[in-house]
Ligand binder design. Structure first.
Ligand SMILES: Cc1ncc(COP(=O)(O)O)c(C=O)c1O
Length: 347
C-alpha cells in the first residue's frame, strides 16, 4: 500500500533547466537568467539587511514590496500580492480556483509547469495548440474551465499577443485568464491595464529575469482585491524572507537600472537574431530575453549536443513540436559572439 495520493505517486514532476555545479565555466544560456548583476542598490540593501534582525520574522504581508509595486504599476496596494517566485502564485491560483477534477488550460507549447501544478491539485489539464505564427487552434467561443494560463510573451517561442487580442480572449473565458508576464519587461507592451478593465484577468510578474533576481525567488501578481485576498489566505504567511523583502522594494524603485539592462539585452537579441538568420537559422521574432531558433536541418538535438561539448548550454526540448529548434537565452554580447562562433563551426 502506498502512503501517497495516487496522482502524486503517478506524476513525473517538473524538470527545470540544468544548473551545472561548475556554472562559471559555462556560457549559460538555458534558463533565461539575466547576464548582468542585480542593481547595486539591491545588493547594498541586502547587505544592510544581513544583520541581527534576521532573528525576527519578516513582515507577513510584505508591505514595502507591495507598496513599491502598487506605486510602479499604478494600482492600489490591495490589488498587489508578493510571492516567493511567480511559480508560487501560479500554484496558489490553481489551488484557489481549480478543485479536484476541475479543468485548467494553457497553450502548447508554453510553460509546462502549469500542468505539473494542476496534477498536484488533481485538476484536469487541457491544452490548445499554438502555431509559430501565433495562431491558437481550437479555442472555443466560451472556455468554461476554471483557469486559462496565457504566457505572454510566450515561452519558449518568444512571440506575444497585443492587449486587444488578450482582452478578446478574456471575454471568451468563463474562469480566470492568468496572463503570465514573466518576460513582459523585454516586450513593447503588457496587459497590466486589463486587470482594471476585466474582472477575470490576473497578471503575474517575476523579478527573476529583468531584475536579475532569480536567486532571490521573487514574483508578484496584480488582480482584483477579492482575488488577492483569496491568494493571501493560501500563501505561506511568511512567504518572503527579510532579505527578499528588502531586495524587492529596492529593485522596483531602481527603474533606471532595469531600463538600462533591458535595453542592452534587447539590442543584443536583435543583433544575435540577425546573425543567426545569416547562418541559415529560422528565428521567431522575440519579445523576450531568449529566442527560439531552428537550424536548416531542423535537428535541435544535434546543435544542442555540439554546443554542450563546447561548454555552451542552451535549452533543447524533446517535445515533437519543439525538437527542431533550441531556446537560447540572451547573454552578454561577448557570450553571444562566442555562441555564434561555435554555431558557425558546427554548421
Ligand atoms: C513563463 C514563466 N512563468 C513563470 C516562471 C517562473 O518564474 P519565477 O522564477 O518567478 O518563479 C518562469 C520561469 O522559468 C517562466 O518561464
Amino acid at each position: 500500500m502506498s502512503y501517497l495520493r495516487k496522482n502524486i505517486a503517478d506524476m513525473t514532476g517538473y524538470v527545470p533547466g540544468f544548473q551545472p555545479t561548475d556554472e562559471f565555466s559555462w556560457v549559460k544560456l538555458n534558463t533565461n537568467e539575466n547576464p548582468y548583476p542585480p542593481s547595486p542598490q539591491v545588493i547594498k540593501a541586502i547587505q544592510d539587511a544581513t544583520g541581527e534582525d534576521l532573528r525576527k520574522y519578516p513582515d507577513a504581508p510584505s508591505r514595502a514590496g507591495r507598496e513599491a509595486a502598487a506605486e510602479l504599476y499604478g494600482y492600489p496596494v490591495e490589488w498587489v500580492i508578493m510571492a516567493n517566485g511567480s511559480d508560487e502564485l501560479l500554484n496558489n491560483l490553481i489551488r484557489a480556483c481549480a478543485g479536484e477534477g476541475e479543468e485548467i488550460a494553457y497553450l502548447h507549447p508554453s510553460y509546462s509547469y502549469y500542468s505539473t501544478l494542476a496534477e498536484i491539485q488533481g485538476a484536469k489539464v487541457k491544452t490548445f495548440s499554438l502555431k509559430e505564427s501565433g495562431e491558437i487552434e481550437g479555442f472555443p467561443e466560451r472556455y468554461t474551465g476554471k483557469l486559462f494560463f496565457l504566457t505572454n510573451p510566450n515561452a519558449p517561442l518568444g512571440l506575444r499577443w497585443g492587449i486587444e487580442e488578450v482582452a478578446a480572449l478574456a471575454d471568451r473565458c468563463a474562469g480566470l485568464l492568468v496572463v503570465d508576464e514573466a518576460y513582459a519587461d523585454f516586450s513593447e507592451g503588457n496587459c497590466l491595464e486589463l486587470v482594471r478593465q476585466k474582472s477575470n484577468v490576473v497578471v503575474t510578474r517575476t523579478l527573476s529575469t529583468s531584475y536579475s533576481l532569480a536567486g532571490m525567488r521573487l514574483g508578484l501578481a496584480i488582480a482584483r482585491p477579492e482575488i488577492i485576498a483569496a491568494l493571501d489566505k493560501i500563501r505561506d504567511h511568511y512567504n518572503l524572507d527579510r532579505l527578499a523583502q528588502t531586495a524587492v522594494a529596492a529593485a522596483l524603485i531602481d527603474q533606471d537600472y532595469l531600463q538600462s539592462c533591458v535595453e542592452r539585452i534587447c539590442a543584443t537579441r536583435e543583433w544575435f537574431s540577425a546573425e543567426l538568420v545569416k547562418l541559415g537559422y529560422k528565428v521567431i521574432p522575440s519579445s523576450a530575453n531568449y529566442l527560439f531558433a531552428a537550424p536548416a536541418d531542423r535537428n535541435g538535438k544535434r546543435i544542442y549536443d555540439a554546443l554542450f561539448e563546447r561548454k555552451i548550454l542552451v535549452r533543447y526540448f524533446s517535445d515533437p513540436v519543439l525538437s527542431h529548434g533550441l531556446r537560447i537565452s540572451i547573454g552578454t554580447r561577448e557570450e553571444m559572439e562566442k555562441t555564434l562562433q561555435a554555431l558557425s563551426e558546427i554548421g
